[in-house]
Design a protein around this ligand. Structure first.
Ligand SMILES: Cc1ncc(COP(=O)(O)O)c(C=O)c1O
Length: 421
C-alpha cells in the first residue's frame, strides 16, 4: 500500500472535508525551503509550513542544539521544577520582546497561547474583585480553535456549530484611517454598556482573514482607549512574531505596547509544537496572594518541554543573526520588486505587503473553499510550489532562507497563473 492509501485508513486531517478531498499528499523529507513527496517530486514551501519553518526546514544549527538537549534532559514537570533551557529561553525572549514584557507562561500551540491570554485577563480582573466578562475582538480575526480563542475569532466557517457555547465577545472592525472615528465611538459604546476585560487583536495583519492588513496609528488609538479604561490588551503575535513583519514583533510598529503577547509557530521553527504567553509585571502581580486560589491554575503536561525550549533558544539566536536579518531584507526587497511588476496587471485587484508577508487579490469572484480555489492551488502544486490561496487571495510567506531563484520561481508561477486564471 502507498502512504496515501495507508493514510486514508485511519487518519482524519484538519480543515478537510474528506468526502470531497480524500487524498493527502505524503511528504517524506524537507530541507531549507524545499519539501519532497514520496515520488521524489520537489516543492518550494512558499508559506513555511504555516509560518513555522522560517529558518528553513531541518535547520542544521537547530538540529545540533536539539540533539545535544535530547541527550541531557527530555521532559520534566514544570510545576515545582525548572531547567536551563526554559530559563535561557525566558532570558533571551525578554531581551527582544517589547520592553514592558516581564513574565513568560508556557503552553502548546497558538490556540492555547491565546486561551491562556484570555484566561489571564479574565482572572486578572477577578482577582482584583472586578467582574469583567466581555472580550473585545476584531471582526474576521482568527485566534485559534479552542473555545476561548474560537469565541474571539470571527470567521464563520470555523464557528458555526459552536456559537451557542461561546464566551461573551463584542466585535469592532479592524481600524483604518478611514473608519477610526467610527471604531472609537463603537469601542466607547461597548465599554459603557459592557464590562470589558480585554481586547485581543492580531497586530497589523489578520492572517486567516486573507492577510488583511491595517494601520498601526489607528490600532494605536484603539489600544490607548483600552488602556485608559483598564482593559488589558492581548497582541496575538502567533503568526506575526519572530521577524515576519520586518521587525522581531509586529507590536514594535505600534506605539502602545500590549499587556499580554501570544507566541507560537516560528517560536519553535517548525521543529516541535510549543507556545508562550508573555505579560507585564502588573498582570503577574494580580496573581500573587496568600490564597492559593488566586494563582493561575492552568497547565499543560508538556509545558516548557526542555527539547522545545532548546529549539526556541536556537531559533532566537538565528533570528538575531546577521545572516537571517540580511535574508529578511532580501525577501522584503524581492517582494517589492515583484509587486512593481504585477500590481497593475488586469487580473490583479490589489496587493499588500508587510515585511516578508506579500498578498495579492485576484480580480475574480470566487468562494473561499470553492472549486476554483482548488484549481489555483493545483496550478501551484503542479509546478512544484506550495501556496495555499485564501479565497481569491494568493499570498507568500516564505522561509527567510529561501534562495533568490526559489523565490523567483514562486513569482513566475504567480505570473503564469495571472495569464491563465
Ligand atoms: C494569529 C493566529 N492566532 C492563533 C492561531 C492558532 O494557532 P494553532 O494553530 O497553533 O493553534 C493561528 C494559526 O494559524 C494564527 O494565525
Amino acid at each position: 500500500m502507498t502512504l496515501q492509501e495507508r493514510d486514508k485508513k485511519h487518519l482524519w486531517h484538519p480543515l478537510t472535508q474528506h468526502k470531497i478531498h480524500p487524498d493527502a499528499l505524503p511528504i517524506v523529507k524537507a530541507k531549507g525551503a524545499l519539501l519532497y513527496d514520496d515520488k521524489g517530486k520537489e516543492y518550494i514551501d512558499g508559506i513555511a509550513s504555516w509560518y513555522t519553518a522560517m529558518y528553513g526546514h531541518c535547520n542544521d544549527y537547530i538540529l545540533n542544539k536539539v540533539n545535544e538537549q535530547m541527550q541531557k534532559l527530555d521532559q520534566i514537570v514544570f510545576a515545582g521544577f525548572t531547567h536551563e533551557p526554559a530559563i535561557k529561553l525566558s532570558e533571551e525572549l525578554i531581551k527582544i520582546l517589547p520592553q514592558n514584557q516581564e513574565k513568560i507562561f508556557f503552553s502548546d500551540n497558538g490556540s492555547t497561547a491565546n486561551e491562556v491570554g484570555i484566561k489571564m485577563a479574565l482572572q486578572y480582573h477577578f482577582n482584583k474583585g472586578e467582574k469583567r466578562n466581555v472580550i473585545l475582538a476584531l471582526e474576521n480575526g482568527f485566534h485559534g480553535d479552542t473555545f476561548g480563542a474560537m469565541s474571539a475569532s470571527g470567521l464563520d466557517v470555523y464557528n458555526g456549530p459552536f456559537e451557542d457555547f461561546f464566551i461573551a465577545v463584542k466585535r469592532i472592525p479592524a481600524p483604518t484611517q478611514e473608519n477610526i472615528e467610527e471604531v472609537l465611538s463603537l469601542v466607547n459604546e461597548i465599554i459603557t454598556t459592557n464590562n470589558v476585560a480585554a481586547f485581543i487583536y492580531e497586530p497589523l495583519v489578520q492572517g486567516a482573514n486573507a492577510m488583511h492588513m491595517f494601520d498601526a496609528d489607528s490600532l494605536n488609538e484603539v489600544l490607548k482607549l483600552c488602556k485608559a479604561n483598564q482593559i488589558l490588551t492581548i497582541a496575538d503575535e502567533v503568526m506575526t512574531g519572530f521577524g515576519k513583519t520586518g521587525t522581531h514583533f509586529a507590536s514594535e510598529h505600534i506605539e502602545t505596547k500590549p499587556d499580554i503577547i501570544s507566541l507560537s509557530k516560528a517560536l519553535t521553527a517548525g521543529f516541535v509544537p510549543m507556545a508562550i504567553t508573555s505579560c507585564t509585571v502588573d498582570v503577574y502581580k494580580a496573581f500573587l496572594d496568600d490564597t492559593v486560589g488566586k494563582a493561575f491554575f492552568h497547565a499543560h503536561t508538556y509545558s516548557a518541554n526542555p527539547i522545545a525550549c532548546s529549539v526556541a533558544v536556537a531559533a532566537i539566536a538565528l533570528l538575531q543573526s546577521t545572516e537571517i536579518q540580511d535574508n529578511i531584507h532580501r525577501v522584503i526587497n524581492a517582494h517589492q520588486e515583484f509587486d512593481m511588476k504585477i500590481t497593475s496587471h488586469p487580473k490583479v485587484k490589489s496587493t499588500r505587503q508587510l515585511g516578508v508577508i506579500y498578498a495579492l487579490d485576484l480580480n475574480i469572484e470566487m468562494d473561499r473553499y470553492g472549486k476554483k480555489r482548488y484549481q489555483i492551488f493545483n496550478h501551484f502544486m503542479d509546478r512544484g510550489v506550495v501556496l495555499r490561496p485564501l479565497g481569491n487571495t494568493v499570498y507568500i510567506l516564505p522561509p527567510y532562507v529561501i534562495t533568490s531563484s526559489e523565490l523567483q520561481k514562486i513569482y513566475d508561477t504567480i505570473e503564469e497563473l495571472l495569464e491563465v486564471v
